[in-house]
Design a protein around this ligand. Structure first.
Ligand SMILES: O=C(O)CCC(=O)C(=O)O
Length: 322
C-alpha cells in the first residue's frame, strides 16, 4: 500500500477534528458525558450517629456473612441484606421527625382477632428485672365490676396475684423502654397506655376468658376504651399457662353460644416463652368492638407464669399527651 505524504496526513487529521467538533454541536444528538465511568458511593455522612446495626455491618464485612452462624436472632437480622441494601435513611423536612430504627421480627397469628407475636421483644435480663420490680408488691388480682355483677360469683374467675407498675417504679428503665418500643410498633403513643399490670400465676391459677373492652351496656358510660392489649411474657412455663382466644377464626363467633369460659379446649393457644410479646386488637379498624378478642389465661399445670399486661386506650390516658 502507498504511503500518503506527511502534509496530506496532517490535512486529513485537521479535517476529521473539525467535522467531529461540528457533529458534537448538532442539536438532538446525545451528549457524551465527560469522564469514562461514574462511580456512586454511599457517603459516610459525618456527624450522624451510627446505629448498632450499622456498626455490626461495618465490622463484619460483606458476602461471606451469608454463610455465618449467629449467636442471636438480632445479630442475624443485623447482618442481613435488608440492612445492607436498605440502611436507615436521612429524612429531611421542617418537622421534628423521629430517628428510631428498629429490627424486630414479628409473626402474624390471626386476623380474628388481629393478633401478632413479637418474638424476643425483651431479653432474659430485662424480663427478670421486671419480675424483680414487681415481686415485693403483689396482691390478689382484682376484676372490673359490672353493674349487674353479683360479687359472690366473681370468685375463681381470676386467681393470679399482681401489681401495677409505671415507668417511674423501675430503676433500670426497662418499663420505659418497653413503652417506647411498643408505641413505635403499634403507632399508639405511650401516653395511651395504662400502667403495666404485672401478674404471677402459681399452680392451677388462671384467668377465665374475658374481654378487655368495657361494654357501656354492662359497665356504664366510658370516657375511653382499651383498643389493644400487649402481653409481655416474663418467664417460660413448664406446663399449662397458655394464653387462649376461644373465639379465634373467621367462624369463631359461632362458638359463643353456650361457651364454657373456663375451658382451654378450643381456639388459638399461645404457650408462654420468656421475652415474647403478644399484641391483639380488641377493636376493628372502624372503632367497633371485635368479639373475637375474648381471651384468657389457662391454668398453670407445672411451674410458674409471670406476664405483664399493657392495655392501650383509644385516647390519651396520662397527663403527658403527645
Ligand atoms: O395471663 C394471660 O395469659 C392473659 C392475661 C390477661 O388476659 C389480662 O391480664 O387481661
Amino acid at each position: 500500500m502507498k504511503r500518503l505524504p506527511p502534509t496530506a496526513t496532517l490535512c486529513l487529521c485537521a479535517l476529521s477534528f473539525i467535522v467531529g467538533r461540528f457533529i458534537q454541536q448538532i442539536p438532538g444528538l446525545p451528549q457524551v458525558p465527560q469522564g469514562a465511568q461514574v462511580t456512586v458511593r454511599r457517603s459516610e455522612q459525618p456527624g450522624r450517629r451510627l446505629l448498632p446495626e450499622e456498626q455490626v455491618l461495618k465490622r463484619s464485612g460483606s458476602n461471606s456473612d451469608k454463610k455465618a452462624t449467629y449467636s442471636s436472632f438480632e445479630e442475624a437480622v443485623a447482618n442481613s441484606e435488608q440492612l445492607q441494601t436498605r440502611p436507615p435513611v436521612e429524612v429531611t423536612g421542617s418537622g421534628l421527625g423521629s430517628e428510631a430504627y428498629l429490627t424486630q421480627p414479628f409473626q402474624h397469628l390471626s386476623w380474628y382477632p388481629r393478633t401478632y407475636l413479637f418474638p424476643g421483644f425483651l431479653t432474659k435480663k430485662q424480663s427478670e428485672q421486671v419480675v424483680a420490680a414487681a415481686k415485693a408488691r403483689l396482691a390478689p388480682s382484682a376484676l372490673a365490676v359490672r353493674r349487674t355483677d353479683d360479687s359472690s360469683k366473681q370468685e375463681n374467675i381470676r386467681t393470679s396475684s399482681g401489681t401495677f407498675l409505671s415507668g417511674a417504679d423501675d430503676k433500670h428503665g426497662v418499663l420505659r423502654f418497653i413503652e417506647d418500643k411498643i408505641a413505635l410498633l403499634t403507632g399508639l403513643p405511650a401516653s395511651h397506655g395504662e400502667p403495666f399490670n404485672v401478674l404471677r400465676y402459681q399452680l392451677s391459677q388462671h384467668y377465665d376468658a374475658h374481654y378487655d373492652v368495657f361494654d357501656p351496656e354492662s359497665y356504664g358510660p366510658q370516657s375511653s376504651q382499651r383498643m389493644a392489649t400487649v402481653l409481655f411474657y416474663l418467664t417460660d412455663v413448664e406446663e399449662g399457662g397458655e394464653t387462649i382466644f376461644p373465639l379465634e377464626g373467621k367462624d369463631g363467633l359461632q362458638r359463643l353460644n353456650g361457651l364454657n369460659y373456663k375451658s382451654c379446649d378450643q381456639g388459638l393457644r399461645y404457650k408462654p416463652r420468656q421475652g415474647d410479646a403478644l399484641l391483639f386488637w380488641s377493636m376493628h379498624p372502624n372503632g367497633t368492638f371485635d368479639k373475637h378478642a375474648l381471651h384468657g389465661g389457662c391454668p398453670v399445670i407445672s411451674g410458674e407464669k409471670w406476664v405483664a399486661t399493657k392495655w392501650i386506650r383509644d385516647r390519651c390516658f396520662s397527663n403527658n399527651c403527645l
